[in-house]
Write a protein that binds this ligand. Structure first.
Ligand code: F0G
Length: 455
């Protein structure tokens, strides 16, 4: 079937700033001419050729859902025509059947926000419980294909959990650099169990990145942060799968959290490519939400018109996005502008409230994912999102990634002794602390009756 000219997609690397097209990337995945980031492009794509049939490509992808092949069962490799090719996939592709994540309606949240049609694409339903797996399967496979013994990343916890799992599956060693005391126990426990060499450094995420960048210049380790363009390619598939779930009828808005800005870049790249290939006919607006004290991209866009980004020391309880110097900000800016999306920032209390509201819809997510709902509320108030528009939130991580945050919130301890404590009055109605009772039937019945009266 001549869907795309060759069965193996032909991909090339290109620098996002100077346009250089190197044959291969160095250890740090930066352009040797100007130092900026590299991206994949596909010179062989023939969207205007009569032989190219978008409908045939869509039905090929759908047919693969009934296949017994590991590659087809992966929600990433099922879309391999839009990914760089890994030669000898049977030998080199490492897959945990990632992707294949559900798209849920959020009826209560929709009512609270005042939009009719609100859904969540739950990327926390991936094998290691975050969206990182979709990019990791591609990048870890590329490391395997390159014959690397060691892979490494700096992380706020989810990349490291994912990398450690995929490295273990591919018989590679993994080195994790995480900021000491600033990642959740759930995520740390994953990288330990999957066998990573886990180093807690006395710095923040941005400090870990600096050390790792030096390390890869001196040691033959393969860098698995999202500056690695294979990661971005894999993460594109969340958007492709989403469009398939919506019968290729794009929503009006997609809302994502912004940390290092790899994920927004990937989803935006997929949207642009799908439109180029006539898989979709119009672009959703892609909006990016940051935490108020970890908002360098928001400030770059709002204060400097995207002309520069001023790194900052980041601080937020949504530790996954506690990032002050995001590597992929120029890629994210490009897709923000190309899709006509917006940037927003949200407070700590707004994040905590939004997380509990998503939980109350029976879905749940980690704090960083909840910035999407908090951001949507602001975008609704500003009129950027209209009541009748279709909105999809990308939930990036699972509720159980950070149970500490959740328990403290419901017990009312999350902001105790902080300047945010006063603001939490607004979140009281969302708190559902456990009730300690005597082991007595009467006491339980009294609690049930009281709850019924208050419901
Ligand atoms: N949500 C979660 C749950 C994350 O773990 C991250 C990033 C983001 C959102 C932001 O995505 O960086 O692509 O803009 N976590 C990284 C990590 C940095 O190391 O796990 P981004």
């Amino acid at each position: 079937m001549s869907i795309i000219r060759t069965a193996e997609t032909v991909s090339r690397l290109r620098c996002i700033a100077c346009g250089a097209t190197p044959d291969s990337a160095g250890q740090d995945f930066r352009c040797t001419a100007c130092g900026d980031l590299l991206e994949f492009f596909f010179p062989g794509w023939p969207p205007d050729s009569p032989a190219f049939d978008p409908a045939a490509l869509k039905s090929l992808w759908l047919d693969r859902r009934t296949s017994r092949e590991a590659l087809d069962q992966s929600g990433v490799w099922r879309f391999r025509e839009l990914l760089p090719c890994i030669p000898n996939p049977e030998e080199h592709v490492i897959t945990l059947r990632e992707g294949n994540t559900p798209l849920y309606r959020l009826p209560r949240c929709a009512r609270a926000v005042g939009v009719e049609n609100l859904r969540a694409k739950h990327q926390g339903m991936n094998p290691t419980a975050s969206f990182k797996d979709t990019g990791m399967t591609v990048a870890a496979s590329s490391a395997h294909q390159g014959g690397f013994r060691w892979v490494a990343c700096a992380s706020t916890g989810n990349t490291s959990a994912s990398m450690a799992a995929y490295a273990a599956r591919g018989n590679m060693h993994s080195l994790v650099l995480i900021p000491d005391g600033q990642i959740s126990w759930g995520k740390l426990s994953q990288s330990l169990d999957y066998g990573a060499l886990t180093c807690q450094l006395g710095t923040d995420f941005d400090g870990c990145v600096r050390i790792l960048n030096e390390l890869v210049r001196q040691k033959p380790v393969y860098l698995l942060n999202s500056v690695n363009p294979y990661r971005i390619e894999g993460q594109k598939t969340a958007a492709i799968e989403l469009m398939e779930q919506l019968a290729w009828e794009p929503p009006d808005h997609i809302i994502v959290p912004g940390g290092n800005l790899g994920n927004s870049s990937a989803i935006g790249k997929a949207l642009l490519e799908m439109r180029e290939l006539k898989l979709i006919s119009r672009l959703p607006k892609l909006s990016i939400i940051q935490a108020h004290d970890a908002n360098p991209f928001y400030r770059s866009v709002r204060e400097f018109g995207g002309k520069k980004l001023e790194p900052m020391t980041a601080d937020t309880l949504a530790t996954a996005i506690r990032i002050g110097n995001p590597a992929s900000w120029k890629k994210a800016l490009r897709v923000l502008q190309a899709t006509g999306g917006e940037v927003e920032e949200v407070t700590e209390v707004e994040i905590a409230a939004a997380k509990a509201e998503i939980g109350a819809d029976g879905i749940g997510c980690e704090p960083a994912s909840a910035v999407t709902l908090a951001g949507l509320k602001k975008l609704r108030r500003s009129g950027f999102v209209k009541a009748g528009e279709r909105v999809v939130l990308i939930l990036t991580g699972h509720l159980l990634k950070d149970p500490d945050f959740t328990i403290k919130f419901h017990r009312g301890d999350l902001f105790a002794g902080t300047p945010d404590a006063a603001e939490t009055v607004q979140t009281k109605h969302l708190q559902r602390a456990p009730i300690v009772l005597d082991a007595d039937l009467g006491a339980v019945i009294a609690a049930l009756d009281a709850a019924e009266r208050n419901s």
